[in-house]
Design a protein around this ligand. Structure first.
Ligand code: KIV
Ligand code: ZN
Length: 387
């Protein structure tokens, strides 16, 4: 029974995310990360693409055997060799899924697949039927759905559902769609006959920087599964970032009144673990988990945050697993932040002394981008002001 208020988190960090240049992971790293995804509370882990290599097959099979309390999915093209391999890989899991896909856009069918529309419809049905004969839970993705003829997309989705697919994913494979168009696709598909029990899913790439916005629009259009990757890694510009979608559901519950199993305090630890494993630093201005996501540099903001963090923070750092916000001292900082840090360092000064230290501080901050504690200590002794 589909809970209309629940969002299912399908994490594809280990599959689509791993397709990000430079993000390949070894077997032990994948297993370690899969355990963390389970701690984070994702509902489904897409553990890999078993036909791609023996290594990928082994990783999926180990994750399926060892990571408990979460459904393990494997990707398969609409080919029997892929589907049979995916079934063997996920077989040890208590709950498993085969995710099979086939392009639905003319540009893919003609130039890549060399298939007619009718041949592709037959193949979609046959593949889902084969997958359903091997596992109970089958997801079907019409690849490049968002650039497909809507009537043909409806036909392919209908055939996949009749063949036994229980989840229909609508990939914005090349990150092309806009939010209102994406929502409209879900509304259109949900009206087709026989779709009452189907869970529709988003899968958004970030080529236009719209992946998270499109994911949220998909939910508004009726999708109840989101395919996301930690830190937004994935093909080209990446996938919708798991932590951003989760934070939007947390902060904007007023307009997105849905529940999920995500443990929000695990968002930052999961991001940090992935960054360590793939050796990719998260961009400092990355929403939710970037180094600057809870850092304040300008005097006006620092003053507000020191009075009440809610003046410039829409969620508490702790709510997403970040230890604390930070007041960064630089050329935009004011007296209030300077004094606050000096007090934290054990120094109390009169107003006049603060004014004098602040004058030396702004002079130094003009030359140096960031002011660290050791610089502050030197500022207290004018003759030691760093040059
Ligand atoms: O982006 C895409 O179309 C995919 C499919 C395999 C679901 O990743
Ligand atoms: Zn993708």
């Amino acid at each position: 029974m589909v809970d209309p208020n629940k969002i299912v988190f399908f994490d594809t960090t280990l599959r689509d995310g791993e397709q990000s240049p430079g993000c390949t992971m070894h077997h032990a790293e994948k297993l370690r990360f899969a355990h963390q995804l389970a701690n984070l509370g994702v509902d489904i882990i897409e553990a890999g693409f078993p036909i791609a290599s023996t290594g990928d097959f082994e990783s999926v099979r180990t994750i399926a055997a060892e990571v408990k309390g979460v459904r393990i999915a494997a990707l398969a093209r609409a080919k029997s060799i892929d589907i049979e391999s995916a079934a063997r890989a996920v077989e040890p899991a208590t709950q498993n899924r085969i995710h099979t896909f086939l392009s639905s856009s003319d540009i893919h069918l003609q130039h890549q697949m060399k298939l007619s529309r009718d041949q592709a419809l037959d193949l979609a049905g046959e593949s889902v039927r084969l997958a359903r004969s091997l596992v109970d839970d089958v997801e079907f993705s019409p690849m490049d759905a968002t650039r497909s003829d809507p009537a043909y997309l409806c036909a392919m989705v209908t055939i996949a559902v009749q063949a036994g697919a229980t989840t229909i994913n609508i990939p914005d494979t090349v990150g092309y769609i806009t939010p209102s168009e994406y929502a409209a696709i879900f509304r259109m598909l949900k009206q087709l006959p026989g779709m009452e029990k189907v869970i529709f899913s988003t899968h958004c790439h970030d080529d236009l920087g719209l992946a998270v916005a499109n994911t949220l629009a998909g939910i508004e259009g009726g999708a109840r599964q989101v395919e996301v990757a930690v830190n937004g890694i994935g093909e080209r510009a990446g996938n919708a970032a798991l932590e951003e979608v989760a934070a939007a559901l947390l902060v904007r519950h007023d307009v997105l009144p849905y529940t999920s199993n995500i443990v929000n305090t695990q968002l930052y630890p999961t991001s940090a673990l992935l960054s360590e494993i793939v050796n990719h630093k998260v961009s400092p201005n990355k929403a939710v988990v970037g180094k600057n996501a809870f850092a304040h540099e300008s005097g006006i903001h620092q003053h507000g945050v020191l009075e009440n963090p809610l003046t410039y923070e829409i969620m508490t750092p702790a709510s997403v697993g970040v230890i604390a916000n930070s007041i960064v001292l630089g050329k935009h900082s004011g007296r209030r932040a300077l004094e606050h840090r000096l007090v934290e360092l054990g120094h109390a000064f009169s107003k006049q002394e603060i004014d004098e230290i602040y004058a030396r501080f702004t002079e130094l901050a003009d030359r140096k981008k960031l002011i660290y504690d050791e610089d502050l200590i030197s500022l207290l002794q004018p003759e030691k002001t760093p040059t």
